[in-house]
Design a protein around this ligand. Structure first.
Ligand code: NAD
Length: 414
């Protein structure tokens, strides 16, 4: 299984690259990560034991600007996953026209088994280990799976202590009181819903009453569900790592979000009978939002899926062979690098606010997010028609073309 995910991104990129004219050496540069830092470090546990952890920070490509990407805490995290996620960040930033390259990092750990103090010590030590590559103009982390605004506050504080001054632009997704952007928390989910709305418009269909399934009721999935419900769609099934819930009459999304906020997962929600979490994927619904992890829609389960539109909240939820089957079937897949770009779009706004010392109104943030996403969706739609390719391949073509243009101008050092 080693480096399967990084191979998957390469396959997606190659498919698009074959449709356009790219100099061979640029194609080679784009195949590999620019830099991967692997660190091992000890952390003192609450009971006095000292445990060693392994972490990574990959900066995939910085042709367009400082690298940007989340930090993930997960027991099954691997170097392969971090490289793939950093590559997706690179293509995402290029697609939505941000002045950023792509990065990703994380620590192999089970945060559900760590106390808050242990998590803080782990975060501060990890930040210290990757300090040599971090910086507001070199590499800017953000939250991802199992990391939150609190994790970002610890990272910012650690970086600032070493520097001797407070550096709010070193991370995004911070608490609002310390410079976090208004609207950042729901930005990714909002974006996932906006692109579905745009697709429905292009197809001349009405979102009102369209049925929705959401896999992964975390930050991205729950907010996507909420915005789709506000747009008139009916969320009928959701899942998290603990279980699934189904009600074709429509689920109370806001109530479920409050419940998860208090109880951490859906398992104890007893107003409905729970089901196996994977059942959510196989419901007869119009729209599926995979918003958990990679590799969820695969060759071995795609045949069981009846959905007509997929908006990828998670990064890399669909494998290339499943993607081919969906394409043949005529299922619209709004690719991750477009569907979940709302997060990095607002992260960029947060970074700009930190660098300039300004704070913008939430309305302005939401408008800027909406404008950039709608414009990008339109470009991807047109490119897909022009080249007769899927939305994913069209999105990659646009992203690759931008990076190639920049390489042509920048030339080769030395
Ligand atoms: P999160 O930790 O808030 O939520 C993840 C959710 O997925 C949790 O509810 C978890 O229980 C659930 N989950 C895990 N395994 C599952 C499974 N097998 N079946 C069903 N549910 C499962 O994380 P998040 O920030 O919402 O990120 C989710 C995905 O979105 C990741 O792929 C992440 O890289 C991507 N993403 C996040 C952001 C962001 O702004 N947070 C931006 C872009 C992309």
């Amino acid at each position: 299984m080693e480096f399967q995910l990084a191979k998957m991104v390469r396959e997606q990129v190659e498919k698009a690259a074959n449709k356009i004219d790219i100099p061979g050496h640029i194609r080679d540069i784009l195949k590999c990560p620019m830099r991967v830092l692997k660190v091992s470090f000890p952390v003192r546990m609450d009971d006095g034991r000292i445990v060693c952890f392994t972490g990574f920070r990959c900066q995939y490509n910085n042709a367009l600007g400082p690298t940007k990407g989340g930090v993930r805490y997960h027991p099954e995290l691997s170097e392969d996953e971090v490289i793939a996620l950093a590559a997706w960040m690179t293509w995402k930033c290029a697609l939505v026209d941000l002045p950023y390259g792509g990065a990703k990092g994380g620590v192999i750990c089970d945060p559900t088994n760590l106390s808050e103090r242990e998590l803080e010590r782990l975060t501060r030590r990890f930040t210290t280990e990757i300090m040599p590559v971090l910086g507001p103009h070199s590499d800017i982390p953000a939250p991802d799976v199992f990391t939150t605004s609190k994790t970002m506050a610890w990272m910012m504080d650690t970086f600032s202590m070493f520097k001797g001054y407070t550096e709010p632009a070193i991370v995004t997704g911070k608490p609002e009181v310390m410079g976090g952007s208004l609207g950042r928390k729901h930005a990714t989910g909002r974006g996932v819903a906006i692109v579905v709305r745009e697709l429905y418009k292009k197809l001349g269909k009405n979102l009102k009453g369209a049925t929705v399934a959401v896999q992964g009721f975390g930050n991205v999935g729950s907010h996507a569900a909420l915005f789709l419900a506000q747009m008139g769609a009916k969320v009928v099934t959701v899942s998290d790592a603990s279980c699934g819930l189904i009600d074709y009459g429509g689920l109370p999304v806001a109530e479920l979000m409050e419940f998860v906020e208090k109880h951490e997962c859906l398992a104890e929600y007893n107003k409905l009978k729970s089901c196996d979490r994977d059942e959510v994927l196989y419901q007869d619904v119009d729209i599926l939002i995979p918003a958990a992890l990679e590799n969820q829609i695969r060759k071995d389960n795609v045949e069981k899926m009846k959905v007509k539109v997929i908006s990828e909240g998670a990064n890399g939820p669909t494998t290339p062979d499943a993607d081919r089957i969906l394409e043949k079937r005529g299922t619209y897949v709004i690719p991750d690098i477009l569907a979940n770009a709302g997060g990095v779009i607002v992260s960029h706004l947060e970074w700009v606010q930190a660098l300039s010392g300004l704070q913008w109104e939430e309305e302005e943030i939401n408008q800027r997010l909406e404008k950039r996403l709608v414009r990008t969706f339109d470009k991807v739609w047109k490119k897909a028609k022009e080249k007769n390719v899927s939305l994913r391949t069209a999105a990659y073509i646009i992203a690759i073309e931008r990076i190639v243009k920049v390489y042509r101008y920048r030339g080769l050092f030395p």
